[in-house]
Ligand binder design. Sequence first.
Ligand code: IMP
Ligand code: MG
Length: 172
Amino acid sequence: MRVLVTAEQIRDRIRELGAAIGRDYPDGVLLVAILKGACFFLADLARAITCPVRLDFIGISSYGKSKTSSGEVRLTKDLDTAIDGADVLLVEDIVDSGITLNYLAGVLEQRHPRSLRIAALLDKPDRRVRPVDVAYVGFRIPDEFVVGYGLDYAEQYRNLADVCVLGDVPEP
Ligand code: IMP
Ligand code: MG
């Protein structure tokens, strides 16, 4: 496994993102994390944000044990709170094909938030098949499968402190 983004780089970048978000939402923001990968990013980002924050979580069907998307998205856990009139920031670990966030943004827009933006720790722009407007990006990375800092392969490696490139592990 090769380290792509170190824990220290992540910490420094999140401090910058938190400061920018605090400036952009002086009255506060509702952070909505996408389970489960975004939880680590959410926990550090929330503590770096200098305005009032509220937290909620949304669950979607994931890749399962494959490294590639099935192209299908399904809600597995809805928000606990209504978001009409709220300033919502969707927090995601990585934008890959864009299918997940394109779908989720559509679902949440129908509930009439006052604003809806996206923050993603990692972005793989080369892989995009659906358009996604990511307002806050931690790092743009090449088209490689990564694990750590919340990101998994078949539910493993989420607890690595660094973001690492997973070598040629055979698909289960
Ligand atoms: P998208 O719908 O293709 O943009 O996929 C987004 C989701 O796929 C992310 O929330 C991750 O759970 C997963 N994913 C995409 N790329 C990677 C990767 O390199 N490592 C681990 N998970 C990934
Ligand atoms: Mg995910």
